[in-house]
Design a protein around this ligand. Structure first.
Ligand code: TEU
Ligand code: CA
Length: 539
């Protein structure tokens, strides 16, 4: 397995609008990131992934871009961006940007031209048809929107305001490659590529047997040619790192995107956990990890994340955000940093921030949730019931502003935050975490440092044991002579863990643990407390 800097990196995701607001308009901004960079650096992370901050009407929080070469006014200016990049580099970190090129905003000048007439030179920048098929989009009941101006439908995989670009048009590809060079020439260190496997569309748009299973949107013929071309024309000329957001992907297909010989992407996010496992399911999780490890190890590099700006905070969704908030946050952190693949930490995760439940749909901002709410209510369902059904996985759960301290608005903003704060900020905040040596923050810091010092966490072979255990998740990572055992009790019950004799006899020093050491262990095994995590060296 060849070693590269990015395989060894830990990524910290900054959802800038919720990070730190320096001018009181209620939105975090690039200047706010600059002011908090020493904090980010102190965690020990290597790479910052910045969510989209390009010119945008902001219908989908920056994922609807109207000007790829500018900075959204809410975020700041291009000067702010240049300074941010310089300040990140000055601290020895790297910065990757979101590349959103499956679609633009409907306010993008290309789309304005495209929709203006059937013979406009930019008509073919987007996908127009005189008839629609039965597909549904992520955020609306149909992928097709009838446009009065020309009487044809345009195609959109997400909101109506996010028309998909026509990647089969070489001029579109050329525009995108030029835009990528614009940012890479500034010195950014790579891209997180938004729904990058959606670029190629199915020829002829045939009706789907089951339109609700929207996997027809991705992995279509032509996708690998586009990505190889992008690599050859742009990426190979820079020393950069790329991670593709790839829904509906199997490990077999994953290797096609990130295989080391393929010259496409470096690594990927798949969604078997965050999209398809609504609640913690240990058997399923173990099965997913095993399958991806078997399918990818030695061929392409995986990524690990348990939440992000689209996916509810991990302590609330998978752990216990009440009695065992700190323990479960640390337990899942141990998992995140020791599974094979690059770990991604989403802002606030490192202090164990939790999901929210606001009382009314009006308290929410997210277009995905709001559209779904309207769609279901329009079918005649009871509004309150619809609302409650959407709460658990609402994207705004993880988008509430960063909790810096216990002053008004958690010190995030002197104005009115764009989204309500999580009311628990008086107890859960950065100031508190930095003052408490046992905080989730310091545990993350320690895990990240351990990873820097111990290649076994990165390149070690993964070997799960106790596969059928419904509470204990245990695995070895082995590199050369070094063997570690990761032991996690992912449950609220104290659990006796009976290790195979070979392991029990060879337990060496503890590398890290999230509970104090016991005076004496049980005679017949290791008694793990709720959400207890330990890593042992094996002698
Ligand atoms: O997300 C893609 C996407 O919609 C799913 O993969 C995701 O799991 C889903 O939102 C869960 O409900 C990306 C961005 O991360 C997201 O914020 C954007 O809204 C979307 O693309 C469109 O650009
Ligand atoms: Ca601001």
């Amino acid at each position: 397995m060849n070693k590269t800097w990015w395989k060894e990196a830990v990524v910290y995701q900054i959802y800038w609008r919720s990070f730190f607001d320096t001018n009181g308009d209620g939105f975090g901004d690039l200047q706010g990131i600059i002011e908090k960079l020493d904090y980010v650096r102190s965690l020990g992370v290597d790479v910052i992934w910045l969510n989209p901050c390009y010119g945008s009407p902001d219908v989908d929080n920056g994922y609807d871009i109207s000007d790829y070469r500018s900075v959204m006014a809410k975020a700041g200016t291009m000067q702010d961006f240049d300074r941010l990049l310089a300040e990140v580099h000055a601290r020895g970190m790297k910065l990757i940007m979101d590349l959103v090129v499956n679609h633009t905003s409907d306010q993008h000048p290309w789309f304005q031209e495209s929709r203006s007439s059937k013979d406009n030179p930019k008509r073919d920048y987007y996908i127009w048809r005189s008839e629609k098929n039965n597909w549904r989009s992520y955020f609306t009941p149909s992928t097709w929107e009838l446009d009065d101006r020309t009487g044809e439908y345009y195609f959109h995989s997400f909101a109506t305001e996010q028309p998909d670009l026509n990647w089969s048009n070489p001029r579109v590809r050329e525009e995108i490659y030029n835009m990528m060079r614009f940012w890479l020439d500034k010195g950014i260190d790579g891209f997180r590529m938004d729904v990058i496997n959606l670029l190629a569309k199915q020829a002829g748009f045939p009706d789907a047997d089951n339109p609700d299973v929207i996997s027809y949107l991705g992995n279509n013929p032509g996708i690998h040619e586009y990505l190889q071309e992008m690599h050859e024309r742009v990426l190979v000329h820079y020393d950069v790192f790329t991670v593709g957001e790839i829904p509906f992907v199997s490990p077999e297909d994953g290797v096609l995107y990130v295989g080391e010989e393929r010259s496409e992407l470096n690594t990927l996010f798949h969604f078997e956990v965050c999209d398809y496992m609504a609640h913690w399911d240990i058997h399923r999780f173990k099965e997913i990890q095993k399958r991806w490890y078997d399918g990818m190890w030695g061929k392409g590099w995986n990524s690990q994340f348990l939440n992000n700006h689209d996916h509810t905070r991990l302590v609330t969704r998978f752990g216990n955000d009440a009695a065992y908030r700190v323990e479960s946050a640390k337990c899942f952190a141990t998992l995140l940093h020791t599974l094979p693949g690059m770990p991604y930490v989403y802002q606030g995760e490192e202090i164990g921030m939790t999901g929210v439940r606001f009382p009314s749909i009006d308290d929410y901002n997210d277009i995905a949730m709001k559209n779904k709410y309207q769609e279901e209510v329009a079918k005649g369902r009871e509004p309150q019931e619809v609302f409650e059904s959407l709460l658990h996985l609402a994207r705004d759960n993880s988008r509430t502003p960063m909790q810096w301290d216990d002053t008004a608005n958690a010190g995030f903003s002197k104005g009115q935050p764009w989204l309500k704060m999580n009311p628990n900020y008086r107890d859960i905040n950065v100031k508190q975490a930095l003052a408490d040596p046992d905080s989730v923050f310091y545990y993350y810091q320690k895990l990240i440092r351990l990873r820097k010092e111990n290649d076994v966490m990165i390149y070690g072979v993964y070997e799960p044991i106790l596969d059928d255990d419904a509470r204990i998740y245990a695995y070895y990572r082995t590199l050369g002579d070094l063997k570690w055992l990761v032991l996690l009790n992912i449950s609220e019950e104290e659990t006796l863990c009976r290790l195979p004799d070979a392991a029990a006899a060879r337990l060496g020093e503890t590398i890290i643990r999230n509970y104090p050491e016991r005076i004496a262990e049980a005679a017949d095994g290791l008694l793990l407390r709720p959400y207890e995590a330990r890593i042992y060296q094996i002698n």
